[in-house]
Ligand binder design. Structure first.
Ligand SMILES: [Zn+2]
Length: 162
């Protein structure tokens, strides 16, 4: 009496159970998209169809609905956002000097004159330098030079080199 049962049980280990049946079966837990919670949550499989979960019950809110995996973009996008927000530094404030603010106050910077060493500039003109960007001519220097305030500092440029 009961000899067979004992024999069978003795040979069954936990790994045997895991090998035997698929993890996906009625009553098993599975991560699924809950249509109510709008999250990927643990669900209990209620109905199976052709080896795939058909109906699941959300372990969190208890609602039963069709099995649905999370939209792939959802989980991936979130994890990427989370990761990048941790390392992503906010845009540093422009290192604009005080001179730059003073030089540009009240000036129309939308239409600067292209800088060229041969062109002659006048104090107060807004220029566009190929490397340094927008600048304001603040003064003239001997030897055909102009003092230009750029956003990141003041530079002396040549001009009127005809
Ligand atoms: Zn739910």
């Amino acid at each position: 009496m009961g000899e067979e049962e004992t024999e069978v049980e003795r040979h069954k280990t936990l790994s045997d159970y895991q090998k035997n049946g698929p993890k996906v079966r009625v009553g098993a837990d599975i991560d699924a998209w809950c249509t109510k919670c709008r999250m990927v949550l643990s669900h209990t499989i209620m109905v199976m169809d052709a080896g795939e979960p058909l109906k699941v019950q959300c372990n969190t809110c208890g609602s039963q609905h069709k099995y649905r995996q999370a939209p792939t973009s959802y989980s991936r996008k979130r994890s990427v956002d989370k990761k990048s927000s941790g390392t992503w530094a906010p845009t540093p404030p422009p290192k604009a000097s005080k001179a730059w603010y003073e030089a540009t106050s009240g000036k129309d910077l939308s239409n600067p004159i292209a800088y060229h060493p041969k062109t002659t500039y006048e104090v107060g003109q807004v220029i566009m330098h190929g490397k340094f960007g927008t600048g304001v001519v603040m003064g003239e220097k001997e030897g055909g030079k102009i003092i230009v305030v750029f956003e990141d500092g003041t530079r002396v440029l040549v001009h009127a080199r005809a």
